[in-house]
Design a protein around this ligand. Structure first.
Ligand code: ZN
Length: 313
């Protein structure tokens, strides 16, 4: 297998993870070399700085261009959702400071899911702030393995990061509170076995808004939904997660990659001023989930048909 193919494959996987279009990429099952220049270049582009800003009330964007981090401030300290790659951590800290908050006041670190581009910075951020890492059981195991126990064909090599032991294990629908702000943990497994969607209510101009931090439902390339020995109930988990995601209330749709929720366009609109906050947009959430579910169901149907043909039915 040529090195070029492996590079292309790796970049393809990352593009899929970010929700970017994947075209004319070589189809191989070769393992990816994490040291290769193309992948590094891709990650660097995701890590490009993004001007931090207030999304709504006490919710701020402090992530990089391609990987999100959200800061939820309270008078008793702050909550951070996702830390990006380890190399994103200095950017997040700079963004927090730029907004007038102290990075060392981050008390709780939460996650969308334990992949290297969202929890790769947990170890360093915890070390720098002393914050408590709270995460679902399945993703706590993945986090403790430094991403190497991921079920996708890209583990262990490509998914590896500095491991962290969780301070608190969360169960489905458990609440995490700090300074009168409460977030609810909704387990939405599939993309990782402990993938989590977070919700919270916040008030702006006297109105209550439901803010939703989506965990991800992307199916990485080369991941099988049928007959997957590393994750036998993967299809059921995804199906269940889509059912749950459709019941959650969402006025403000946020996600681990900016491309999922129109970060750049909405941030630009917000900066221009105007009467309405562009992030208050429940339709974008419903549309995103519906489109993602359709793509998922299509893949599932194809794989099931293929498996059934193989059995001679
Ligand atoms: Zn991921």
């Amino acid at each position: 297998m040529g090195i070029q193919n492996r590079i292309i494959r790796g970049v393809g996987m990352l593009m899929l993870a970010a929700g970017l279009p994947l075209t004319s990429l070589a189809q191989t099952n070769a393992p990816v070399d994490p040291g290769n220049a193309a992948v590094k270049k891709m990650w660097e582009s995701w890590n490009a700085p993004f001007k931090p800003f207030r999304i709504i009330n006490n919710v701020y964007y402090v992530g990089a261009t391609g990987v999100s981090s959200f800061l939820i401030t309270t008078p008793e300290g702050h909550i951070l959702i996702d830390t990006g790659f380890e190399s994103t951590v200095p950017r997040i800290r700079a963004s927090v400071a730029q907004l007038g908050f102290r990075p060392e006041d981050i008390k709780i670190i939460l996650s969308s899911h334990a992949h290297l581009d969202h929890t790769g910075g947990h170890a360093l951020m915890k070390q720098l702030t002393g914050a408590k890492v709270m995460i679902s059981k399945a993703d706590a195991d993945l986090l403790a393995s430094g991403g190497t126990k991921d079920y996708t064909p890209y583990a262990p090599k490509m998914m590896a990061y500095s491991p962290v032991k969780a301070d608190r294990i969360l169960v489905d629908e458990e609440k995490v509170s700090l300074g009168k702000t409460t977030l609810t943990c909704h387990l939405t497994p599939g993309h990782t076995k402990g993938c989590t969607t977070w919700t919270m209510d916040t008030t702006e101009a006297g109105k209550v808004y439901h803010v939703l931090f989506f965990g991800s439902t992307s199916v990485l390339s080369d991941v099988k939904l049928v007959n997957n020995p590393k994750y036998p109930n993967i299809a059921e988990d995804y199906l269940h997660s889509y059912q749950k995601l459709k019941t959650l209330q969402c006025d403000v749709f946020l996600a681990p990659h900016g491309s999922f929720f129109g970060l750049s366009e909405k941030a630009e609109k917000l900066a221009q001023g105007g009467k309405t906050n562009p992030f208050i947009d429940s339709e974008s959430y419903r549309n995103f989930i519906q489109k993602a579910e359709n793509t998922f169901l299509e893949q599932l149907a194809q794989e099931r048909a293929k498996a059934s043909r193989a059995l001679g039915n």
